[in-house]
Design a protein around this ligand. Structure first.
Ligand SMILES: [Zn+2]
Length: 99
């Protein structure tokens, strides 16, 4: 038989206070009141076997904020944008120029 008693304990926990962009160093949190970071958060990539670019099985973990992602996307040869289809038709990216 287990003899149980009620105790009050203080437990120390680790929480995420902020997420910093690896590229610009700024916060990925859009607002102090918002707890979800915006952008590519804690992405992991590992260099393939004998990878000459990233290093053989070398692991990277990083976050990139939305403004840095927007700038990065502009450098892409192939646009990564995926149009969102709504009732009013496909929408362009936020910085798209209307024809
Ligand atoms: Zn950034």
């Amino acid at each position: 038989m287990l003899v149980k008693v009620k105790e009050t304990k203080t437990v120390e926990v680790e929480t995420v206070k902020d997420v910093l962009c690896n590229k610009c160093g700024k916060s990925c949190l859009p607002d102090e009141d918002v707890q979800d970071a915006y952008g590519l958060i804690e992405a992991t990539v590992t260099g393939g076997f004998l990878s000459p670019a990233l290093g053989d099985m070398t692991r990277y973990v990083f976050s990139i904020c939305e403004p840095c992602l927007a700038e990065l996307f502009k450098t892409f040869v192939h646009d990564p944008f995926v149009p969102e289809v709504s009732d009013e038709g496909p929408e362009g990216p936020p910085n798209a120029v209307e024809p």
